[in-house]
Design a protein. Structure first.
Length: 299
């Protein structure tokens, strides 16, 4: 009896451990196993019969085997569930990785598209900028050409005006030059004499042609002396001698048909053109000058 109780207790303990470790043995199963061996107060009832003891032991062993099988099945099912969960997780991870790869590829493709679009827009912007710059350059060039033409026209106009002014100045200068007194002849005399030499007459003949260009222009004939004292002859001084020389020239020109108004004046030795203390200088100073005044104004 004591032995049966011990075995029962051991069996209950093992079953409790199994049920506790597994956590899935149902209450009705426990009651099915042990209910008929307990009274209404939960006390285990053990009879003295050997057959009942063996039967109880067999049933307990069977129940223990059943519980073990159920535990093994539970473990197997759970292992299958774990494997399936792992497989599902791996599949999900692979799908996620593939999805990430697809997403990355899509993002990369989108980035490439955006980059290409940006490059196209930048290229269009650059082309537009170049066209605008070229157009602006063309405008600037055309404006520069217009300004250059206007400046050239103004320059030409100014040059024309300048040419006109220059022509006017030249004309005035020419007129002024023509109005200046013109010495048409210079004749030399021998010392102390007023008579004309052949050379002097030849020079005066040339002067007649030159005077013909100044019709009506007054003529002044200036007589000069060398400054040596007059010691003999009909002349009392260099003034008288120089006057006689001027008169001789005027008379010759009148004899050649010159009808311009003429005046003979004496300058004596007051206007030398060469040194008065050398024979050569004195020879140059003994002279008479024929001067035409185109302006009509005699100095």
């Amino acid at each position: 009896m004591k032995k049966v109780s011990c075995l029962a207790i051991v069996g209950i303990f093992i079953l409790s451990v199994a049920l506790t470790g597994c956590g899935n043995l149902k209450k009705n199963e426990f009651e099915t196993v042990f209910g008929k061996y307990s009274d209404e107060n939960g006390q285990i009832i053990v009879n003295d019969y050997q057959g009942q003891q063996e039967q109880i032991q067999a049933e307990i062993n069977q129940k223990i085997d059943d519980v073990g099988q159920k535990l093994d099945q539970e473990v197997s099912d759970r292992k299958v569930g774990v494997d399936e969960a792992k497989k599902a997780a791996n599949d999900a991870m692979a799908a996620a990785e593939q999805g990430d790869a697809d997403t990355l590829d899509a993002a990369k493709s989108e980035d490439d598209k955006v980059r290409q679009d940006a490059q196209k827009l930048a290229q269009k912007a650059e082309e537009s900028a170049k066209k605008f710059a070229q157009a602006e350059d063309e405008k600037v060039r055309q404006q520069a050409e217009r300004e250059a033409r206007e400046a050239m026209n103004r320059a030409n106009s100014a040059a024309g005006e300048a040419n006109k002014a220059n022509d006017a100045v030249n004309a005035l200068r020419s007129k002024v030059e023509k109005m200046k007194p013109v010495t048409v002849a210079v004749v030399r005399f021998r010392s102390g004499q007023s008579g004309l030499t052949n050379e002097a007459k030849a020079e005066l003949d040339k002067a007649v042609d030159a005077i013909g260009m100044y019709t009506g222009a007054p003529i002044i004939i200036k007589g000069h002396a060398d400054g040596n004292p007059v010691l003999r002859g009909s002349y009392k001084s260099n003034w008288d001698l120089s006057q006689a020389r001027a008169n001789a020239v005027m008379k010759y020109l009148q004899g050649k048909g010159v009808d311009n108004s003429m005046e003979a004046v004496a300058r004596a030795h007051t206007e030398p053109i060469a040194p008065a203390f050398t024979a050569k200088g004195q020879a140059q100073n003994r002279r008479a000058e024929v001067i035409v005044y185109p302006s009509g104004i005699v100095e």
